[in-house]
Design a protein around this ligand. Structure first.
Ligand code: DC
Length: 208
């Protein structure tokens, strides 16, 4: 049995930063499952493919495309992620990564929307990272400006709400906390405080 930590939550809640840091600290492998959906969305768009076909034909190189972390990439991912056959196609890879993480890791941290509910319902620890939509839009807006991209706060907020709505209301694997997930609200927490809170949760859940 590998040790699995599932980190779920809406866009820009701080999942990625937290998951990456936990993986490094605990010597676990890390999988950003959002990146896979982004790669499928952008591949389908770029090559004019049916999204299910794009998921079937996905290669490791597709995960290196430079435009995946853009807002366009996020919207494209969210759209293909609502197609049940796309999700089914990607499930096996994610489960395999969790059960057989790349050596020498003895476990894995996966972040996404449905890790604790669908991909790894047996995960040892499940954390649902969230924050107010205003706080998340503010962070994303700052990040875009820092990257030298143009950004309008009101537009970022609107697009984020649109994406949250789509991710939460889809029929397959919607964004909801697993019943046994610990909710971590980062609205008023910086990255260090969120990391400490997550470590506390992990020790509580694994004690005994
Ligand atoms: O985590 P992210 O912002 O990179 O994810 C991009 C989109 O991919 C997100 O809006 C919904 C979808 N997604 C998903 O449906 N399930 C996952 N496990 C991860 C991402």
């Amino acid at each position: 049995m590998t040790f699995i930590i599932a980190i779920d939550g809406p866009a820009a809640a701080g999942k990625g930063t937290l998951a990456r840091r936990l993986a490094t600290h605990l010597n676990l492998a890390y999988l950003d499952t959002g990146l896979i959906y982004r790669a499928v969305g952008m591949k389908a768009k770029r090559e004019g493919l049916d999204p299910v076909k794009a998921a079937q034909m996905l290669t490791p190189d597709d995960l290196k495309a430079p435009d995946l972390r853009t807002e366009e990439g996020g919207q494209a991912a969210s759209k293909v992620a609502s197609i049940p056959d796309v999700r089914a196609q990607l499930l096996e890879f994610q489960r395999k990564f969790a059960s057989h993480p790349p050596s020498p890791a003895k476990g894995a941290v996966l972040d996404g929307r449905d890790i604790g509910t669908v991909v790894c319902p047996e995960a040892n620890v499940k954390i649902f990272v969230t924050a107010s939509s205003e706080a998340r839009a503010e962070r994303r807006h700052k990040e875009l400006l820092e990257r030298g991209e143009s950004s309008i706060y009101a537009r970022v907020l609107e697009e984020m709400r649109e994406r949250d709505e789509r991710d939460s209301s889809r029929s397959v694997a919607p964004l909801v906390p697993a019943p046994d997930a610990v909710v971590l609200d980062t609205t008023k927490l910086d990255a260090d405080a969120a990391f400490r809170a997550a470590l506390d949760t992990i020790s509580e859940r694994t004690r005994g």
